[in-house]
Design a protein around this ligand. Structure first.
Ligand SMILES: [Zn+2]
Length: 75
């Protein structure tokens, strides 16, 4: 009887460990990727900081918008 109880506990623990592992894998797979840190640049015209992906580059200067690039450095 003692061995049967021990076997039952062992089966329960193995079952529980299997479920916990599956849950951990599911949580890791469903996790959203961490937001990427984008470098910030400063507009040469107005001095505002903005993401590098929105930069308007004229020569070696960067601007927050096309309008500011025209204002500061007329073509
Ligand atoms: Zn600007």
């Amino acid at each position: 009887m003692k061995w049967l109880l021990l076997l039952l506990v062992a089966v329960a623990v193995i079952h529980w460990l299997g479920r916990a592992k599956k849950a951990a894998v599911g949580a890791a797979g469903g996790r959203r990727p961490a937001p990427q840190v984008e470098s910030m640049l400063q507009c040469a015209q107005c001095g505002v900081h903005f993401p590098a992906s929105e930069a308007v580059t004229v020569g070696d200067r960067v601007y927050c918008s096309d309008a500011h690039s025209r204002l500061h450095a007329p073509r």
